[in-house]
Design a binder for this molecule. Sequence first.
Ligand code: DX5
Ligand code: ZN
Length: 222
Amino acid sequence: MATPWIAPSILSADFARLGDEVDAVIAAGADLVHFDVMDNHYVPNLTVGPLVCEALHKHGVKVPIDVHLMVRPVDRIVPDFAAAGAGYITFHPEASEHIDRTIELIREHGCRPGLAFNPATPLDYLDYTLEKLDLVLVMSVNPGFGGQKFIPSALCKLEQVRKRIEASGREVRLEIDGGVKVENIQSIARAGADTFVAGSAIFGSPDYAATLRAMREQITRK
Ligand code: DX5
Ligand code: ZN
């Protein structure tokens, strides 16, 4: 399995000091910066767009920016995020009219495509897409807000996706997003995740480096 990556979600950062917050989590050992984009349409909340992504990119974020699009429509905004320095661009199948076209669009613009599964979204969407994806995101909360409780059925879903990734023989990241904490990250790693988004657990802690270290210890102890 791939080296585990931890991706702090800036949704729980202090937005008045965003550049400093991102520098701090990278110094603390973050492997990716998870960038949640919400549109008050596909999800009931509104966050940040390509301008803020570009500002962080220009600020000099030294790890890939992991853009999680919770927006509908998807395609209109993909080139803007690619130009703004996104590394991965992940979207929800329900939010795209033509899933295959959106995946191609992300790839054509030089980014790595990911597909996100809400708690009640079946894995059937992987049938004709897995061979084109670089990342599968399993949501362990309903999208829209940070600080929610982990939904346990995500563990079984991770196991199923892990099997499908292994069977494909391709290198595809398996990311978990929502309610990830030091206390449950070991069972999440055991279920097959290799990429761990955590917002409130990291930005709500007094010492980012200590939290990232504790998470990594739990992951490697699995
Ligand atoms: C929820 C977002 C998550 C969120 C996770 O819609 O996609 O990335 O920031 O926050 P925590 O880790 O606090 O559940
Ligand atoms: Zn997210």
